[in-house]
Design a protein around this ligand. Structure first.
Ligand code: SF4
Length: 318
């Protein structure tokens, strides 16, 4: 239904989205260059602001998360349990995964891999996680520390090898993908990472890096990078997200996609309250329908955040 509604540019879409992104907690232990300061303040990506006020932090209640899953479970294919934070820092993560798994909703998380201790790894597998992405930005400490400023690749490799062993021992079905964040400065280590994945039964993927704030610590490196998206933004592409996906921020704010959670001063489509909000009414409510109408009739240029967006489909999340 959502596919048809998108193709026909309808303002109404399916009763529920096929995928929901949950920002369980936007705290992180990696302090990546493009995302936040070394003190952990998340950059506001809205260019209309001065950039001096960080994105507010907070945790989603499990009560709200479970309420959303309960409402959407018969329609929802995938629950993505991260947006901008490290999901392994959220205490209720294993409960959240198990809750979705028990209701036949697939779960996806993306981690930097640093906190995948043996105990955490066992809990992920036992809660029946479907898909784990681990983002790395190199294969030596010297390279990784450029972007992932507080991560240690040898520890991450050790964690990943143990995870592969645990999958094999327990015959778990969790699929692991190592997501190599591609820059010019780390390209010489990509093949080693690819080989590591082949040796451990992981999927290997490479995707463009993010140059935002790279110049703060590494102006020399930035000079050699090619901006990945600045030349050809897909302005004529009809974005799929408003028709197919919902993103829920930690405070219950609903957005069409995950990019909105790092823009201060942008109105949500609605704010959910556990036990009170009808999710279907929000997904086809006035604000969501208006957002789709603007996409369908005026395109991405009519919405500030969309005019700068490089995404062309929903698949990068899974
Ligand atoms: S164009 Fe980009 S920013 Fe706008 S809704 Fe689509 S994915 Fe989100």
């Amino acid at each position: 239904m959502s596919w048809l509604a998108h193709k026909r540019r309808r303002s109404r879409t399916s009763k529920y989205p096929f995928m929901i992104n949950f920002e369980l907690w936007n705290e992180c232990n990696a302090q990546c260059t493009f995302c936040r300061t070394l003190d952990g303040d998340i950059y506001d990506q809205n260019p209309s602001n001065s950039g001096t006020v960080p994105v507010p932090k907070g945790k989603m209640s499990l009560e709200l998360y479970k309420d959303v899953i309960d409402q959407a479970k018969d329609h929802l294919l995938i629950a993505v349990l991260y947006v901008n934070g490290e999901p392994l820092m959220y205490n209720g993560l294993y409960d959240a995964i198990r809750y979705a798994s028990d209701r036949n909703v697939a779960t996806v998380i993306s981690s930097n891999g640093e906190l995948m201790t043996e105990s955490n790894s066992r809990k992920l597998l036992e809660s029946d996680l479907d898909f784990l992405k681990v983002a790395i930005s190199g294969f030596s400490d010297e390279t990784v520390l450029v972007q992932h400023r507080t991560c240690h690749i040898e520890k991450i490799k050790e964690n990943l090898k143990r995870f592969a062993q645990l999958i094999w021992e327990g015959n778990y079905r969790t699929l692991v993908m190592v997501d190599y964040v591609d820059y010019q400065y780390n390209s010489h280590e990509k093949e080693a990472a690819r080989q590591f994945c082949a040796d451990n039964g992981f999927v290997f993927n490479a995707r463009p890096g993010n140059l935002f704030h790279l110049e703060d610590d590494h102006p020399d490196l930035l000079a050699k990078e090619k901006p990945p998206h600045s030349v050809d933004l897909p302005l004529n592409d009809l974005c799929e997200w408003p028709w197919k996906v919902m993103t829920i921020n930690w405070n219950g704010d609903v957005f069409p996609c995950c990019d909105y959670v790092v823009w201060n001063d942008v109105e949500p489509l609605a704010r959910l309250e556990a036990g009170k909000t009808d999710l279907a009414a929000v997904f086809n409510g006035e604000s969501a329908a208006k957002n789709r109408f603007v996409h369908a009739t005026q395109g991405r240029k009519a919405i500030d955040i969309c005019a700068l967006c490089p995404r062309t489909d929903t698949a990068f999340k899974y």
